[in-house]
Design a protein around this ligand. Structure first.
Ligand SMILES: Nc1ncnc2c1ncn2[C@@H]1O[C@H](COP(=O)(O)OP(=O)(O)O)[C@@H](O)[C@H]1O
Ligand SMILES: [Mg+2]
Length: 236
């Protein structure tokens, strides 16, 4: 089994990129050789005639790696849509062999690898091939990112239960406040319920902080917030 984590979320926008980047930066800060990957990205921007994902760039900066962009993000699609739909609209099909070859190369180069999925576990990347299948192929334990606000118990329990049904090891949960002003009681009670019902460790709770912005990489803030709020006994 490769060493590292596959980062998934209960939804898009819950903070997968911020958390994947934060964990990569912590590993790097501890002197570990960590690689990063965003196998499939949509909503990519054209830069010098090449499609670039903000997520992949943020991960690349966080881990301070020199790997070729094509290895970090082998599949980049332009439309901000689900991968299979974005591929169809660009008259292409997602090449899973290309993803696997890039992953194998990164695993050879790095001791740890932190992979960010896309959306949640049931996002299709081929006709009947989902993110959950990719996580299994990569043989990495899963970390689930969720939000602290109302509705999160349902989403987090569904994700954890689906992951387990599909044979994935779930390392734990990171609760991320990607929006401001979450009520403290709501946050505390939701986290307690998630812990009780999933019986999974809460690896950390990341507070809202304007310095955590995927479009504006700030190493100092990222490392400070993640060192203060991540349980290093669980993940490093
Ligand atoms: N803890 C946080 N504090 C402030 N902003 C955050 C935080 N977590 C995420 N964000 C912002 O919220 C948005 C969604 O986060 P992101 O990591 O991109 O989610 P995902 O990768 O799951 O789609 C981004 O603009 C990011 O900068
Ligand atoms: Mg992301």
């Amino acid at each position: 089994m490769a060493k590292g984590y596959f980062i998934t979320g209960t939804d898009t926008g819950v903070g997968k990129t911020i958390v994947a980047g934060g964990l990569a930066a912590l590993h790097k800060n501890q002197g570990l050789n960590v690689g990063v990957m965003k196998p499939v990205a949509t909503g990519c921007k054209r830069v010098n005639n090449r499609l670039i994902s903000d997520d992949a760039v943020f991960l690349q900066l966080s881990a301070e790696v020199e790997d070729e962009y094509e290895l970090i993000n082998p599949i980049s699609l332009e439309q901000p849509l689900a991968p299979t739909v974005a591929a169809r609209l660009s008259n292409t099909k997602i090449d899973t062999d290309k993803i696997n070859t890039a992953y194998d190369t990164l695993c050879e180069r790095h001791e740890y690898i932190i992979v960010e999925g896309i959306g949640g576990l049931m996002v299709p990347i081929d006709e009947y091939y989902f993110i959950v299948d990719l996580a299994n192929e990569f043989e990495l334990p899963l970390i689930i990112i969720c939000r602290p606000t109302l509705g999160t118990i349902n989403h987090t329990l569904l994700t954890a239960s689906y992951a387990r049904e599909h044979g994935l090891e779930v390392k734990g949960i990171v609760v991320n406040e990607s929006a401001e002003n979450c009520d403290a009681v709501v946050k505390k009670t939701n986290i307690d319920e998630i812990k009780r019902l999933t019986e999974l460790p809460i690896i950390g709770t990341i507070p809202f902080n304007k310095g955590l912005d995927i479009k504006n990489y700030n190493k100092e803030v990222l490392i400070k917030i993640f060192s203060d709020n991540i349980d290093k006994n669980i993940i490093i």
